[in-house]
Design a protein around this ligand. Structure first.
Ligand code: PAF
Length: 282
């Protein structure tokens, strides 16, 4: 397994692979790998001849006062996991190698970033789009895989890839959960014992929405009320950042939860801000 930190070096290597017809799959991450990342890496191995894992805590997608400094990091452990899974290339650049002092160009998809995380983190997706485009240009992958836990991120990256004619096939992979339903996230490491005990109710709340919608309740306000009450009782340590019902492609609020609707939540639980979602068909 090669470990590369220099953007020029990875680009030269990946250009060689691309032009010699070797298929590659990129899994972009911010490190502190868990089983969700592992499932992306295994899917990548099934797609392509070579797997590239990028590890980069991208500063431009964190807003002021967010957890950039505190974001969990363990590079040696990540490398071990990458080796176990059979990754071919790890790309782990330093922030100053990715963003020069004169960096002046940003990529955005504002229409898709109005709701959900884009509403509470106004510069987040600009940072994500910009770094993902840079990673695509450096790694030139045939495929790129992202988790569906960050559904809005995946929708935005798919739109960017389509709109800018990027020669990459972007694919989403299902959310990986703990046995009690909590979606895996590097930020779960922030949770205290009592917060961790309550955290599975985030997903249980989403399942409640699904059940009510399937039983004929299609009004987002009624569904919201029901799940808020459920969380008040079972998740008193949580503070809802948002709970929204959106079209899964356009990421626009819906008036009725009918057909395919994404129910998405961001919840503050102590130091952690956790997101989760469920695609409902009713
Ligand atoms: O999902 C993430 O971990 C990050 O947003 C990504 C896609 C690696 C970009 O920094």
């Amino acid at each position: 397994m090669k470990i590369i930190s220099d953007p020029q070096e990875i680009q030269a290597l990946c250009r060689g692979l691309r032009f010699s017809g070797v298929t590659t799959a990129l899994v972009p991450t911010m490190g502190f790998l868990h089983d969700g990342h592992k499932s992306l890496l295994l899917a990548a191995k099934n797609r392509a001849e070579k797997v590239i894992l990028s590890i980069f805590v991208n500063p431009t997608q964190f807003g002021p006062g967010e957890d950039l400094e505190a974001y969990p990091r363990d590079f040696n452990r990540d490398v071990k996991i990458a080796e176990e899974v059979g990754v071919d290339i790890v790309f782990a650049p330093k922030p100053e190698a990715m963003y020069g002092p004169d960096h002046a160009t940003w990529v955005e998809a504002p229409e898709l970033a109005k709701e959900l995380c884009g509403a509470s983190r106004p510069t987040h997706f600009r940072g994500v789009c910009t770094v993902v485009l840079k990673l695509f240009n450096l790694c030139m992958p045939t495929f790129a895989l992202f988790g569906e836990k960050d559904w809005q991120q995946l929708a935005i990256i798919k739109a960017m890839t389509r709109d800018l004619n990027l020669p990459v096939q972007v694919e989403g992979c299902p959310i990986v959960r703990e046995p009690d339903g909590l979606a895996l996230s590097s930020r779960n490491s922030y949770l205290t014992q009592s917060e961790r005990q309550q955290a599975p109710h985030i997903f249980k709340g989403l399942k409640l929405v699904q059940k009510l919608a399937r039983n004929g309740e299609h009004d987002p306000r009624q569904l919201k009320k029901a799940v808020e009450e459920y969380w008040q009782e079972h998740l008193p340590l949580g503070e809802i950042d948002y709970l929204e019902f959106v079209n899964p492609v356009k990421i626009e609020r819906v008036d009725a939860v009918q057909g395919e609707t994404l129910v998405a939540v961001a919840m503050r639980l102590g130091k952690a801000r956790l997101i989760d979602n469920l695609l409902i068909r009713s």
